[in-house]
Design a protein around this ligand. Structure first.
Ligand SMILES: Nc1ncnc2c1ncn2[C@@H]1O[C@H](COP(=O)(O)OP(=O)(O)OP(=O)(O)O)[C@@H](O)[C@H]1O
Length: 320
C-alpha cells in the first residue's frame, strides 16, 4: 500500500480553481517535497491531505484511508504527525513537560527523552517554552510532530528562520525519521532543502503538477545541456576560440553544449597548444533551482513573504 495517493484532486474557492486536477503517489518511507511559487496550491493540497479542508473532486488516500471521511479522523490523527508553523503551546511549561503531555494523547507514543535527543533539545529539556529561541521553538514543533510515532509526517516549511547549522541539524532529524520508516511530506521554498532531503519532488504551479521526479532527473535535469564557463583569455577574439560561445563578454565565456566531453576536449586541447590557461573553468548541469525557475517562472520567489501569509492563514484556521 502506498502511503499517499492523490488522483484528480480539485478544489475551487468561489471562481478561483486553486487545485486543478493534480495527482501523485508517495511510497512508504519516502520523503516527498511539494514545491511551487506563492499561490500554487501547496497549502490547499496539504490541508486536504491533513483532513482540515474538503475537496471538490478526486481521490485522496492517506495510509489507505480517506482524510475527508469524518469516521477516519481519529484513526488518522493517531498515525499522522503534523509540524505546522507556530503550533500553540503553553509558554510557561517546560520543554520536557510539553512533549510528555503531548505523548499522553497517543496510544503508542515514542519515548519522550529519545525524542528530545532526536531533535537536539537535550540541553533545553528544563527550559520554559517561552525562553526558547525561534529555531529551538521549531525543534520543539518537530518533537511534537513525531512524539506520537507517526507513520506519515507533514512538515510545513520546517526550516524557515533557521540558521545554517540548525537547518543541517533539522535535515539530519528528517533523514533519521525516514530511516526509521516514516513517510515525510515536506513543503519548502528552499531548493537546497529539497535537493538534500527529497526522494521525490512534485512541482505545482497555478494548481497543476508541472513536473515530478527525483531531484536529479526532474524537469530533464540529467539530460539538459551542460554549461561550461571560463574567464576570457586576454586578447582572444571570439572567432579564435575552438568552440562557438553561447555568451561572451570582456571577462567571461559561456557555452551550453550537448556534448560536454567533445567541447572540453577541443577547448583544453586548444588552450594547451597555445599555452593559455582557462581560468575559473566550471562545468555545470542546471541546478534544481534553474529547473524550478524555468518550470514556474518564479524568478521573484520570496520565501519569507510566502511563509507569513501561510502562517496567518493557518493561524486563522486553527482558531476557527
Ligand atoms: N480560504 C481561501 N479562500 C479563497 N481563496 C483561497 C483560500 N485559500 C487559498 N486561496 C487561494 O488559492 C490559491 C492557492 O493557495 P495556497 O495557499 O494553496 O497556495 P500555496 O502554494 O500554499 O502558496 P504559498 O507558497 O504562498 O503559501 C491562491 O490563489 C490563494 O489566494
Amino acid at each position: 500500500m502506498s502511503a499517499l495517493v492523490v488522483d484528480g484532486l480539485r478544489k475551487r474557492y468561489r471562481d478561483h480553481e486553486a487545485v486543478a486536477g493534480i495527482g501523485f503517489t508517495v511510497e512508504q518511507g519516502e520523503i516527498v517535497a511539494l514545491l511551487g511559487p506563492n499561490g500554487a496550491g501547496k497549502t490547499t493540497t496539504l490541508e486536504i491531505l491533513e483532513g482540515f479542508r474538503s475537496r471538490d473532486a478526486g481521490r485522496v488516500e492517506v495510509l489507505g484511508r480517506d482524510p475527508g471521511d469524518r469516521a477516519e479522523r481519529r484513526w488518522l490523527r493517531e498515525r499522522v504527525g503534523l509540524v505546522l508553523q507556530d503550533i500553540a503551546v503553553e509558554p510557561h511549561l517546560r520543554v520536557r513537560e510539553t512533549i510528555a503531555r503531548s505523548a499522553g494523547y497517543y496510544p503508542a507514543p515514542r519515548d519522550v527523552d529519545e525524542v528530545i535527543e532526536l531533535v537536539g533539545l537535550g540541553e533545553k529539556r528544563d527550559a520554559k517554552v517561552k525562553d526558547l529561541s525561534g529555531g529551538q521553538k521549531r525543534r520543539l514543533d518537530l518533537a511534537l510532530g513525531v512524539i506520537g510515532d507517526p507513520k506519515l509526517l507533514f512538515l510545513d516549511e520546517p526550516t524557515t528562520g533557521f540558521d545554517p547549522t540548525a537547518r543541517r541539524g533539522a535535515w539530519e532529524v528528517v533523514r533519521s525519521l525516514r530511516d526509521l520508516g516514516t513517510t515525510v511530506v515536506l513543503t519548502t521554498h528552499y531548493m537546497d532543502e529539497a535537493q538534500a532531503l527529497a526522494d521525490q519532488i512534485v512541482v505545482l504551479n497555478a494548481g497543476r503538477v508541472v513536473a515530478q521526479g527525483t531531484p536529479e532527473t526532474i524537469g530533464g535535469r540529467d539530460t539538459a545541456r551542460t554549461r561550461i564557463r571560463f574567464a576570457r583569455p586576454d586578447g582572444v577574439a571570439p572567432e579564435e576560440l575552438p568552440v562557438v560561445p553561447t555568451e561572451i563578454d570582456e571577462t567571461s565565456v559561456t557555452l551550453e553544449v550537448d556534448d560536454a566531453t567533445g567541447a572540453l576536449h577541443r577547448l583544453t586541447g586548444w588552450a594547451l597548444e597555445r599555452g593559455t590557461s582557462l581560468h575559473r573553468l566550471t562545468v555545470e548541469q542546471p541546478t534544481l533551482e534553474d529547473v524550478y525557475l524555468s518550470l514556474t517562472g518564479d524568478a521573484a520567489g520570496r520565501p519569507e513573504a510566502a511563509s507569513t501569509q501561510r502562517r496567518q492563514r493557518r493561524r486563522n484556521r486553527r482558531a476557527a
